[in-house]
Design a binder for this molecule. Structure first.
Ligand SMILES: Nc1ncnc2c1ncn2[C@@H]1O[C@H](COP(=O)(O)OP(=O)(O)OP(=O)(O)O)[C@@H](O)[C@H]1O
Ligand SMILES: [Mg+2]
Length: 465
């Protein structure tokens, strides 16, 4: 066992099998190499001219190329081989290439190494030396690739502030139970909820709870992709696939391989592209735009929307088969106005963040400020609360946030148009007004609203009044 081999544990599996592309114009050379490598358990393919080499690279993955420098056209200058070397590097700059030269043409071999070949071997070759070169180069290549991947992952984890998910209210308990049950699974999850309810935080939490947590979660705002870039973003493209495709590009599905892909604003994906998504979700297979090479990806898909996808599907705007793939489990996040108990916790959380960020010594909220926050309807949900606290921290002059610092109107809705409000918001507003008019007398307020006392009580409890 060579030193490098010890570094790449564990024992080889089928996918660890070394894959060699043999490029030589001479049939007997190809055959001899093929037999030698096959006997070692390597996977091999052969190519007898430069075009065939490039073709093979497009349709299959290799760990290394054994490349003759001379092909039919002229048999000694090695020019064709040098050209081929740079074309291979253009496709995959990191692909290890070992060149084969005729006995006595060391000059050529040196030139190839200068241009990036990893090693060379002279014909007729020594079997043991050839095998040892291949193993060393492949091991090295795999170690480098693995280190690069780990580095990228670590950077991602460092950049990704681990998600903070605050949910103490009763309304959030079913969601928390579901999170802990399905977090560790591979189930595709559809996260629904109004704007700013925390769909992205829930997606991050699901990812962190899963065995895929050490791999990246890749987010795509499917709603925000300019027309025409959808496929290239998700599946990648190959150089030359279209006018602007100057280099190969890896798509989000491939980036998320073995990790999680978060498709945000999923309802905005046009029908035509929904079909493309459906295929990769069903088969795990995809092609980069402009390439016929099918690639397998292992991706857990989380998606989010504030639309009602069942409704969208009933009205023909969203494919029901795609919906079925996406919502193996559906997680609904209730709006903030239905979980007012969370408001003080969330507010304190944001206060801490912003007081630190803006270097302010603020210890908390005045009672009136807290009262104001508890009463507000929060149509923008947690994000609106976040922004309100940030603003308050910025303009606060004292030890505590005052109600006026929050910039929330006293009577929500009095300025908002009724058409823009939900039924619940209107209900909340009417109840509040009735209570104010009757000075908190519940019997009178209930009578004015045409409700029984207990029905009013239930609603007051629901709205935290
Ligand atoms: N439960 C929570 N605990 C802590 N922070 C939260 C919570 N929910 C939301 N937030 C914060 O509120 C903001 C909005 O959350 P997020 O972006 O996840 O909402 P969203 O549902 O994806 O919104 P949109 O529909 O507009 O995309 C973020 O800054 C997020 O960190
Ligand atoms: Mg979001």
């Amino acid at each position: 066992m060579t030193k490098t081999e010890e570094l790449v544990s564990p024992a080889p599996t089928a996918s660890d099998r070394i894959r060699v592309l043999i490029a030589d114009d001479q049939q007997d050379v190809r055959e001899a190499l093929r037999l030698l490598l096959k006997a070692e358990g390597f996977y091999t393919e052969t190519a007898n001219n430069p075009a065939a080499v490039l073709e093979a690279l497009q349709s299959n993955e290799f760990d290394i190329i054994l490349m003759d420098l001379n092909y039919q056209r002229d048999t000694t200058s090695g020019q064709e081989g040098m050209d081929l070397l740079s074309r291979v590097q253009a496709v995959d700059s990191k692909m290890p290439v070992v060149v084969m030269t005729a006995w006595g043409s060391v000059q050529l071999a040196v030139e190839a190494m200068r241009r990036g070949a990893r090693d060379f071997i002279q014909k007729p070759w020594d079997n043991q030396r050839l095998l040892s070169i291949i193993r060393t180069q492949v091991d090295l290549h795999r170690i480098i690739r693995r280190a690069e991947r780990l580095e990228a992952e670590n950077n991602l984890l460092r950049a990704q502030n681990r998600p903070v998910f605050i949910a103490e209210s009763k309304a959030m308990q079913p969601l928390l139970t579901l999170l802990s049950r399905i977090g560790p699974s591979d189930a595709n999850v559809l996260i629904t909820g109004e704007h700013g309810t925390g769909k992205e935080v829930v997606a991050q939490t699901l990812h962190v709870l899963s065995p895929r947590a050490s791999r990246p979660m890749i987010t795509v705002n499917t709603g925000g992709l300019p027309e025409g870039t959808f496929e290239s973003e998700l599946f990648g493209h190959v150089k030359g696939a279209f006018t602007d495709a100057r280099v190969d590009r890896v798509g989000r599905f491939e980036l998320a391989d073995h990790g999680t892909l978060f498709l945000d604003e999923i309802a905005n994906v046009p029908l035509k592209q929904q079909a493309k998504l459906l295929r990769v979700l069903e088969t795990g297979e995809m092609e980069r735009v402009g390439s016929s090479k099918t690639r397998k990806v292992d991706v857990r898909v989380l998606s989010a929307t504030n639309a009602d996808l069942k409704q969208e599907s009933a009205e023909g705007r969203f494919r029901s088969d795609l919906l079925f793939r996406l919502n193996t489990v559906e997680l609904h996040i209730p709006p903030l106005r239905e979980r007012r108990e969370d408001i003080p916790l969330l507010a304190a959380h944001f206060l801490k963040i912003y007081a630190e960020r803006y270097r302010k010594h603020i210890s908390g909220f005045e009672t009136a400020a807290m009262q104001r926050m508890l009463e507000h309807l929060w149509p923008g949900n947690v994000r609106e609360l976040d922004h309100a606290v940030e603003r308050a921290v910025l303009i606060s002059m004292g030890e505590q946030i005052q109600a006026s610092d929050l910039g929330l109107e006293t009577d929500k809705g009095s300025s908002a148009k009724i058409e823009d409000m939900s039924l619940e918001e209107v209900e909340y507003l009417l109840i509040k007004k009735a209570l104010a008019r009757h000075s908190g007398n519940i019997s009178h307020a209930a009578e004015a609203l045409g409700l029984s006392r207990s029905a009013l009580y239930r609603r007051m409890e629901k709205y935290g009044l």
